[in-house]
Ligand binder design. Structure first.
Ligand SMILES: NC(=O)c1ccc[n+]([C@@H]2O[C@H](COP(=O)([O-])OP(=O)(O)OC[C@H]3O[C@@H](n4cnc5c(N)ncnc54)[C@H](O)[C@@H]3O)[C@@H](O)[C@H]2O)c1
Length: 255
């Protein structure tokens, strides 16, 4: 299938699992050229192998094991992506994220380390990716950046302060960077998923027992492919007049 993303160079963090892997599969199937990153080396190697078999050219898939908390690793990955493919980057899907599997904790029960770990991945890690991607000479014009936030970036949930704070910040970064980058032809948006059936949520179910059906209009959780479709629409020219937006893909949770 030829789309506006065919032959476009797109980076994806969190590409080894869940929403990131689903996005990578769809982009590879539509002929995009991909630079994948994740800190889970074995899952990333599996993803690379699978995606090379979907892609029209195995050379179109480049992968790097890295932790988005590392400034030097993120900067090197973005610079190497440009160098490896010999061209500027057309799209960035910043999807890597972390939810602690702890039982809900009120603020007075959360340790410094527990709070910091979530913020360092979901907020500071995202900041480091955006900073590297928006550096002069890295992105094409036009280009599109899509960050994955959460419905937890739109409302509060008792017992989940760190994650909720980290995702509100992710949406804030999205809005600020969109205002800085628009004049360069770079759009920056976020997708805010509701509860989605990925290994992150499956791990919570293992820890806590069966998760209740989320209280949403569609009365079911989302599938990673459904979140990936929104990310891909925002990456492509089809959404060319959209920037600074946070798109809920949550089955109708808030209204
Ligand atoms: N699943 C949900 O219900 C849900 C809901 C709202 C938002 N989200 C967000 O969607 C995104 C994807 O989550 P998912 O559900 O697919 O989870 P997932 O755990 O299946 O995938 C997340 C991927 O990110 C990688 N990752 C985590 N921290 C990293 C780091 N520091 N450096 C590099 N890679 C790292 C993990 O190794 C994993 O492969 C996350 O940002 C998450 O917060 C998920």
């Amino acid at each position: 299938m030829s789309t506006s993303l065919t032959n476009k160079l797109v980076t994806i963090t969190g590409a080894a699992s869940g929403i990131g892997l689903s996005t990578a599969r769809k982009l590879a199937g539509r002929g995009a050229v991909l630079s994948l990153a994740d800190y889970n080396a074995s899952n990333l190697a599996r993803a690379q192998e699978e995606l090379a078999s979907i892609s029209s050219s195995p050379k179109s898939i480049y992968s790097t094991t890295l932790d988005i908390r590392s400034t030097s690793a993120v900067d090197a990955w973005i610079a190497e992506t440009k160098e490896h493919f010999g061209r500027t980057i057309d799209g960035c899907a910043n999807i890597a994220g972390f939810h602690p599997l702890w039982t809900p904790k009120n603020i007075e029960e959360i340790s410094d380390d527990e709070f910091d770990e979530v913020i360092q991945i979901n907020t500071t890690g995202l900041f480091k990716c955006l900073r590297a991607q928006l550096a002069p000479g890295i992105l094409s014009s036009p280009a599109s950046v899509v960050n994955v936030g959460s419905v937890s970036g739109l409302i509060g949930f008792a017992g989940d302060s760190a994650y909720v704070a980290s995702k509100h910040a992710a949406h804030g970064l999205t809005k600020c960077v969109s205002k800085e980058a628009g004049k360069r032809g770079v759009r920056v948006n976020a997708v805010a998923p509701g509860q989605t059936n990925t290994p992150m949520v499956q791990a919570m179910a293992v820890e806590k027992g069966v998760l209740p059906t989320p209280p949403v209009s569609l009365q079911r959780e989302g599938q990673p492919e459904e979140i990936a479709e929104a990310i891909i629409w925002l990456l492509g020219n089809e959404s060319g007049y959209v920037t600074g937006s946070v798109y809920r893909v949550d089955g109708g949770m808030l209204d």
